[in-house]
Design a binder for this molecule. Structure first.
Ligand SMILES: O=P(O)(O)OC[C@H]1O[C@@H](O)[C@H](O)[C@@H](O)[C@@H]1O
Length: 317
């Protein structure tokens, strides 16, 4: 069976009839993709101490950030009381009927609506809405035995029209992907040169906040928390993982790119990261986080990424 309910919370999606060389596991907490295997190799990081009982966001995989990135900097913002990164990553999502299941691709979809929020969340986000999330595992047409992973978030404002007293709502959204790397010191992010970014580490240290990326190939040497703004969608974004492969990140609808690794001290303070875990991952996250997007009643917007594994022909970057 290409789609298997492993338990109450986890859905296994397999592309191959025999064995799990190409597979994905989706957890109903936050619709978090917690595993992606391509050609038999795990590509996502999941902390050994991640909390999986729904009491907090899952540390690893691809958590979904919505409707708020981080904490609102303005204490008067209507979302100021939301916990960091909003509610989507902690709510329990509902699986829909599988949409596609053939030799080329397997696809599952999950959703939440306003009915899945608790009273506090609904007070802060008092709108009719639906978030649909499609997770699609497809055969890689160019590389035998590999798979491509697409994750696609569709945001729908289900309010009546503005004429009927409906409301537009503001949102930020982010696909917060934790890529597994053998050693983050050997990982490189390519495709951000010339882009302006907010350095959140420098902001915390009271330094200059907006900078322009000068590195053709960004190397991680310690705590890194950068929000690259308005990175053109045609811009190729690559993560060179340091193990003879790279991951190409193709984006749809997400102009901002966050690069995050907590570094040693912050990682040590995070109970849901196992010791020295900061060496094992790099987050490259795509979405809308610079400003809020305003979604009128009755409208939908899409945020998607497609991840493809390629041989790394330039390992000396
Ligand atoms: O610990 P959390 O809430 O999962 O956030 C992890 C990181 O997520 C990143 O997206 C942010 O830029 C960081 O500032 C943040 O520390």
């Amino acid at each position: 069976m290409p789609i298997t309910q492993l338990d109450d919370s986890r859905i296994l999606v397999e592309l191959d009839a025999h064995g799990a060389a190409n597979s994905v596991v989706v957890h109903r907490t936050g619709a978090t993709v917690v595993s992606w295997r391509s050609a038999g190799k795990e590509r996502l990081f999941l902390s050994k101490t991640a909390v999986l009982d729904g009491s907090k966001a899952i540390r690893g995989g691809i958590p979904l950030v919505f409707p708020q990135f981080g904490k609102a900097s303005d204490p008067n913002h209507p979302y100021a009381s939301f916990p960091q990164h909003g509610f989507a990553r902690t709510v329990r999502w509902w699986p829909d009927e599988p949409i596609q299941d053939d030799a080329e691709a397997v696809q599952v979809q999950l959703h939440i609506t306003e009915h899945d929020l608790n009273d506090d969340q609904r007070r802060l986000f008092p709108y009719a809405f639906r978030l649909s999330y499609v997770v699609r595992l497809a055969r890689d047409a160019q590389q035998d035995g590999h798979s491509q992973l697409t994750t696609e978030l569709v945001v729908w404002n289900g309010e009546k029209s503005l004429n009927d007293g409906g409301h537009a709502f503001d949102y930020q959204a982010l696909l917060h992907t934790y890529f597994r790397v053998p050693d983050v010191a050997n990982a490189r992010v390519v495709g951000l040169a010339g882009q302006s970014y907010v350095d959140k580490v420098a902001v915390h240290e009271g330094g200059m906040s907006t900078r322009v990326e000068s590195a053709a190939s960004l190397q991680i040497t310690g705590e890194t928390d950068r929000v690259y703004q308005d990175v053109g969608l045609g811009h190729a974004l690559q993560l060179h993982t340091g193990d003879a492969t790279r991951v190409d990140v193709q984006r749809e609808g997400g102009a901002d790119v966050v690069v995050w690794n907590p570094g040693e001290d912050k990682a040590a303070a995070m109970a849901d990261l196992h010791p020295a875990a900061q060496h094992e991952f790099l987050c490259v996250e795509v979405g809308h986080v610079r400003d809020y997007r305003s979604l009128p009643p009755g409208q939908t917007e899409k945020l998607a990424q497609t991840l493809t594994i390629r041989p790394d022909t330039d390992q000396k970057l």
